[in-house]
Ligand binder design. Structure first.
Ligand code: FES
Ligand code: MG
Length: 591
């Protein structure tokens, strides 16, 4: 029996191959042992994988364990057979040294599962930061029909009548703790209030960003990103997602049909409009590379920087995930962008078989304070700029989060309003930063630029979210709440700091940051997109030679086999931090 397109289902090579009864029997018999029947496995019903990312170790995604029951019901109702299986857990807040070390590991293992088992289509249970790109990357490489399903954000957090947002409340309260305004117990209580239910971060951090972008890319059903995890609509859309993937298998609608260059361009624009995380370029560039779609950080600036910020969610704004959902979620954002003619490709096809334009055009914006129109945005130019210079070839900065205080202190020279200089305080990894930051001997003042290196994909390893560094306590007490930060690591999407981050190549790959010395002057020119060490080329060349003779920039020893394996083959953040040898494997289900 074949699918409606006349194509034989790939699962039939396992379960119904009359040319090889021996192997067919072997493949078949064990799947019968828990009650499946031969009739089910040999009648040409699509086998649908449910790539399960929820577990006790991954609380952000744990609710997928419940939602999978609704996904299964949908799959069965549409005539498919569900096969649920576990994915390698990636808990952003639980994994040492950093969850992003495991994105590529989860990717690799899911590629093997999707390729090596009788799976015709797959539901990707996404949510916590790195789970979304890991699963999309694997679906891209294997290229069997795939649909993503968000677990949904947590309910809004509240503390004494104020919204407390995931992550954002940590940065804010940590400053209050430093300033002596609250004590240790109050700090824990306030931070805990931001996590009132199952689900992922309720702020516009990396999770809400990546889940929204999975919808903007067309890989989720319309509205599937924003529904909070505990809402009944979350269970209902899980059911619809299960139904739809069976149809997608019959239609042979694959990731490469949906995640085209046009879809990525739409996603970049949506990312600016939602105030998305600086982790988005890393992850989307990675998904694109696994599909063979050309995408780089210049595209992010060219397409995204001019787009206004429409979504009023913390950390850039006031509200949280429930408010975003009630206002209309991603479809309402897309509708507002289309109204202003800012969505580049309304015709891009999505998982439900319709275009993003058809899906979103008639959506109502139910709360114009939460989702603004393009004529009344929260900010203009909400996207990223891509800085270059002798410090690095590429680093991302979200200029829209530059505070008034910061702008006045650093960007108020009337002759040169977008440029500033400072002396570098250089830290080799987060431990070095914590050891030295409050030491008065470091003489850190308002004119210092904090530099974090050794925090990239090789250095840390996996690239730590440590670039947004707090000034020394003594400066905070003087009212200096942020210093310019530069680094080859990442920054949490829940942080509003205007850091220059994801610098590539990193120090550990002998990028310019490796040559920087404490006290060197750095000049940043935002208008020209430049970041330079103000040291002569000759001096930098001499430093490079000396460092190479010492064996290069030193970073900590490997702690696990995977750290060593990944360090040997990982690409830089600007290139998506992918495993370089993996990129050439494309459309592997067709091989
Ligand atoms: Fe998992 Fe934010 S920590 S979504
Ligand atoms: Mg994070």
């Amino acid at each position: 029996m074949t699918s409606r397109t006349g194509k034989k289902l790939r699962s039939q090579e396992w379960f119904d191959n009359p040319d090889d009864p021996g192997m067919t029997a072997l493949y078949l018999e064990r799947y019968l042992n828990y009650g499946l029947t031969r009739e089910e496995l040999q009648s040409g019903k699509p086998i649908i994988g449910i790539a399960q990312t929820g577990s006790d170790l991954s609380p952000c995604n744990r609710h997928h364990v419940e939602l999978a029951k609704r996904v299964r019901a949908g799959i069965i109702a549409a005539g498919g057979i569900p096969f649920e299986f576990p994915c390698h857990p990636i808990q952003e807040t639980g994994k040492r040294p950093t969850a992003s070390l495991d994105r590529n590991l989860a990717y690799l293992s899911l590629v093997e599962v999707l390729y090596g088992y009788p799976i015709d289509g797959v539901v990707l249970t996404i949510g916590c930061d790195k789970t979304t790109p890991a699963l999309l990357m694997a679906a891209a490489t294997v290229n069997i029909p795939a649909i993503a399903l968000s677990v949904g954000p947590m309910l809004n957090g509240w503390h004494r009548g104020e919204r407390t947002g995931s992550g954002t409340v940590v940065w804010k309260s940590r400053e209050r703790l430093s300033a002596g305004e609250i004590d240790y117990d109050e700090f824990m209580e306030i931070v805990s209030s931001s996590a009132p239910s199952v689900g992922y971060c309720n702020t516009m951090g990396t999770a809400t960003t990546m889940n929204s972008l999975a919808e903007a890319l067309g890989m989720q059903l319309p509205s599937a990103a924003a529904i909070p995890a505990p809402y009944r609509e979350r269970g209902q859309i899980s059911y619809e997602t299960g139904r739809r993937i069976v149809e997608m298998v019959h239609e042979d609608l694959k990731p490469s049909d949906i995640m085209t260059r046009e879809a990525f361009e739409n996603a970049i624009v949506v990312n600016s409009a939602i105030g998305g995380s600086t982790n988005a370029p890393i992850h989307l560039n990675a998904v694109a590379r696994h599909l063979g779609v050309k995408l780089d950080n210049d595209d992010w600036q060219a397409l995204g920087h001019k787009i206004p910020l429409l979504v009023n969610l913390q950390p850039a704004g006031e509200y949280l995930g429930e408010d975003f959902c009630r206002a209309g979620g991603v479809p309402a954002v897309v509708m507002e962008l289309m109204k202003a003619d800012l969505l580049p490709h309304p015709d891009a096809i999505t998982a439900n078989g319709k275009s993003i334009g058809e899906n979103c055009r008639d959506t109502e914006n139910l709360n114009p304070d939460v989702i603004r129109g393009a004529d009344a945005p929260l900010k203009e130019h909400a996207g990223f700029i891509n800085l270059k210079g002798n410090l690095f070839d590429s680093a991302i900065m979200k200029t829209s989060v530059i505070s008034e205080e910061f702008r006045e202190r650093y960007l108020s020279n009337p002759d040169d309003p977008e440029a500033f200089e400072g002396k570098a305080a250089v830290f080799d990894g987060p431990e070095d930063y914590h050891r030295r930051i409050d030491d008065p001997a470091e003489a850190i003042d308002e004119n210092t630029i904090l530099v974090m290196r050794g925090a990239g994909p090789i250095g840390y390893p996996g690239a730590a979210e440590v670039v947004n560094m707090q000034p020394p306590d003594y400066l905070i007490r003087k009212g200096v709440h942020s210093l310019p930060c530069i680094g080859d690591g990442r920054q949490s999407g829940t942080s509003g700091s205007p850091s220059i981050l994801n610098a590539s190549p990193e120090a550990a790959a002998m990028g310019g940051l490796a040559l920087l010395r404490n006290g060197d002057r750095i000049r940043i020119d935002l208008a020209r997109g430049e970041a330079n060490i103000l040291v002569s080329d000759e001096e930098l060349a001499a430093r490079r030679r000396a460092l190479e003779e010492e064996g290069g920039y030193a970073y900590p020893a490997h702690q696990t086999p995977w750290q060593e394996i990944q360090r040997g083959m990982v690409d830089q953040l600007s290139e998506g931090m992918v495993l370089k040898p993996a990129v050439k494997y494309q459309h592997v289900a067709q091989t």
